[in-house]
Design a protein around this ligand. Structure first.
Ligand SMILES: C[S@@+](CC[C@H](N)C(=O)[O-])C[C@H]1O[C@@H](n2cnc3c(N)ncnc32)[C@H](O)[C@@H]1O
Length: 244
């Protein structure tokens, strides 16, 4: 039987290559990296405009995020039998919640503003064999589920303005007090997360932990090749995490 992760990557590349060539995706990946990583345009704004950039995110950054979340959960010793449901805040193509759902056999709910990436999330869940769906919603207006659940926010909190970030924090704190587990991931560089130290202290006060990870794992060959073709360093995989 095909491994669900390999099946997902195969279908992902097959689907996008019906629309775009390797060279087109490489060009878009370079442009996206300029906007997303180097200029830090928010993804919900201009950075993801255009099918090429959507493909580049889905085919390169999303698989990286999946692997980073999977490795972080293993390193954190996250239980493999709970939670029963994972809520993925700013889910994009759904990979972070999917990695947790696969780790512990949970259902998944993706919360996301952008309808195009929510469609991509539906493919992710189906091709990984997960039970899940998406809700199109601004995080500031989200009606949170009853605790306990698992809540993940991967590379999302940095896209919120201070008011929404604080609103999300208050909800996360309530969730933790109700028994939910929370995992927040952000890039290793704190340039775009000036609030990180403050949140680390808050999480520690809730008996959680803050970590920095560098993982030595291989990405699927096609993802690696795409990164190399765009002049990136696909072998460098890491993140900061907050885990309660
Ligand atoms: C950098 S992407 C990360 C996507 C995904 N979590 C991952 O790890 O690949 C951030 C996502 O958050 C979404 N987002 C940003 N602000 C949001 C908000 N206020 N409400 C819901 N989603 C939001 C964006 O549309 C984008 O898909």
């Amino acid at each position: 039987m095909t491994d669900p992760f390999d099946n997902w990557i195969e279908k992902l590349f097959e689907r996008w290559h019906r629309e775009l060539t390797h060279q087109e995706v490489v060009r878009a990946l370079k442009a996206l990296t300029r906007d997303y990583v180097q200029r830090r345009t928010r993804l919900r704004g201009k950075a993801l405009e255009g099918r090429g950039k959507q493909a580049a995110f889905a085919m390169y950054y999303a698989p990286r995020h999946f692997v980073i979340v999977r490795e972080a959960l293993k390193s954190l010793g996250a239980p493999t039998d709970s939670p029963r449901e994972v809520i993925d805040l700013g889910c994009g193509s759904g990979v972070a919640g999917a990695a947790w759902a696969m780790h512990c056999g949970a259902n998944i709910v993706g919360v996301e503003l952008d309808p195009d990436v929510l469609r991509e999330a539906a493919f992710t869940f189906k091709d990984l064999g997960l039970r899940g769906g998406g809700i199109r919603c601004h995080l500031g207006k989200y009606r949170w589920p009853k605790a306990p659940v698992g809540i993940i926010a991967a590379f999302t909190i940095n896209e919120l303005d201070e008011r929404d970030r604080e609103r999300v924090w208050r909800e996360l704190e309530k969730q933790v007090k109700g028994g939910s587990r929370v995992l927040i991931l952000e890039p290793l560089s704190t340039r775009i997360t000036p609030w990180w130290q403050d949140w680390s202290s808050r999480v520690t006060e809730l008996d959680g932990r803050a970590d920095e990870w560098h993982f030595e794992v291989e990405l699927p060959q096609r993802v690696h090749l795409l990164g190399k073709s765009a002049g990136l360093k696909p072998e460098r995989l890491g993140a900061r995490t907050l885990w309660v």
